[in-house]
Design a protein around this ligand. Structure first.
Ligand SMILES: Cc1cc2nc3c(=O)[nH]c(=O)nc-3n(C[C@H](O)[C@H](O)[C@H](O)COP(=O)(O)OP(=O)(O)OC[C@H]3O[C@@H](n4cnc5c(N)ncnc54)[C@H](O)[C@@H]3O)c2cc1C
Ligand SMILES: O=C([O-])CC(=O)C(=O)O
Length: 337
């Protein structure tokens, strides 16, 4: 008989990773995932899903390395298994290029991906405006496949799925513990004014001859070949809530990408998409408490991953599981988890 009732709010990559981690690890937790939007309608669904991250300066780098490493190693196993096409996880090789040599030449995850190294002058010749570059093999996780796959895994572990809007976490006072993975929704649900959108527009194109990714280090121009199409992007517009396609952005994306990869001239545009990155100066992965109806209900927050949520999801879910376990030990010290 399950002894503790856990609600996970949010069905994007952060919510489903957390929910799966908890449901598979704590057999005595009855886990319900509650969200307004499910795949294919979340922000996570449209992300390119490349494993890559910028450093958050307010979080110890060792913690960020752990998030990256736990995610990378977990998904690398999936990439090397028969589940890979179902989960939408693949290896992806390519380069990140810089106009000038960056101050930090080795990102904190350089040794966690595969074969990271500097580009030689001859390799850089095809990018005449760029003076420095790195090549590496990383992972790409396509959430339009990964989220349904995680949902299946969650239900198999006994999880329950509920689709509805949550106006306030107080509505969930019937649960023993709440895990808040509501992304941008945390602005209201966690009353967190530090959460803001960074608008991103991308196109999916058919160009099966493109096998390697190219990313300009400013994060505004990238070409990511995937399982069925190539994602080309992008934009990073802070505090911009527009969800409609901006045709000026479309033109800009195609122009910038063709400059890096002229063969895109022959690509057919399949679809256009806009998503709002749930941004914050750093992700919030920590314990809190909700006081309601004379009760103190533990809340574990896991939101605000900006442009790196797919990359960090599994690692942050592992941290979230640790915080959930600590919180449950506080409220049910003798219960078997
Ligand atoms: C163009 C673009 C490209 C990207 N590319 C990459 C990439 O290559 N690599 C990478 O790592 N990341 C990438 N990202 C970032 C990534 O998409 C996000 O970091 C990630 O999707 C965040 O996941 P999430 O689960 O927190 O949010 P979401 O996917 O937005 O999910 C939030 C969930 O919370 C629910 N919710 C919110 N409020 C409420 C409420 N009040 N009641 C009920 N439910 C609620 C929503 O319905 C939804 O289910 C990209 C983002 C964009 C926009
Ligand atoms: O920056 C990238 O390379 C892709 C990404 O994560 C984003 O657009 O948010």
């Amino acid at each position: 008989m399950p002894q503790v009732k856990v609600a996970v709010v949010g069905a994007g990559v952060i919510g489903f990773s957390s929910a799966v981690c908890i449901a598979e690890s704590l057999p005595n937790a009855a886990v319900t995932i509650i969200a307004e939007k499910f795949s294919p309608d979340t922000t996570s669904d449209g992300a390119a899903g490349i494993f890559f991250a910028a450093e958050f300066h307010e979080i110890p780098v060792e913690r960020q390395r752990r998030w990256f490493k736990d995610s990378f190693n977990h998904l690398l196993q999936i990439a090397h298994s028969a589940q890979a096409p179902h989960a939408g996880v693949m290896l992806s090789s390519g380069c990140q290029i810089f106009k000038q040599e960056p101050a930090v030449k080795r990102p904190f995850w350089a040794d966690l991906v595969i074969g990271q190294g500097d580009m030689s002058p001859s390799e850089l010749q095809r990018f005449p405006e760029h003076g420095f570059g790195q090549v590496f093999t990383t992972l790409k996780c396509e959430c339009s496949r990964y989220l349904p796959w995680l949902q299946h895994r969650f239900i198999k572990a006994g999880g329950v799925v509920e689709q509805r809007h949550v106006s306030s976490l107080n509505e969930l006072c019937g649960f023993d513990l709440i895990v808040n993975c509501s992304g941008l929704g945390s602005k209201a649900l966690a009353d967190d004014s530090a959460v803001f959108p960074v608008r991103g527009q991308v196109l999916k194109v058919s160009a099966p001859w493109i096998q390697h990714f190219i990313r300009d280090s400013d994060g505004k121009t990238y070409i990511y070949p995937g399982i069925e199409s190539v994602t080309v992007g992008g934009t990073r517009q802070e505090h911009d809530w527009r969800l409609d396609i901006d045709e000026q952005d479309t033109t800009g994306i195609l122009e910038r990408c063709k400059k890096l990869e002229p063969s895109l001239e022959n690509a057919v545009v399949l679809s256009k998409w806009v998503g709002l990155r749930p941004s914050r100066k750093c992700p919030r992965v920590e314990r809190g408490v909700m006081k309601t109806k004379g009760k103190n209900i533990p809340v574990v927050h896991n939101y605000g991953h900006g442009g790196w949520g797919v990359t960090l999801a599994w690692g942050c879910a592992v941290d979230t599981l640790g915080l959930v376990t600590q919180s449950l030990r506080d409220i049910r010290p003798v219960a078997k988890l």
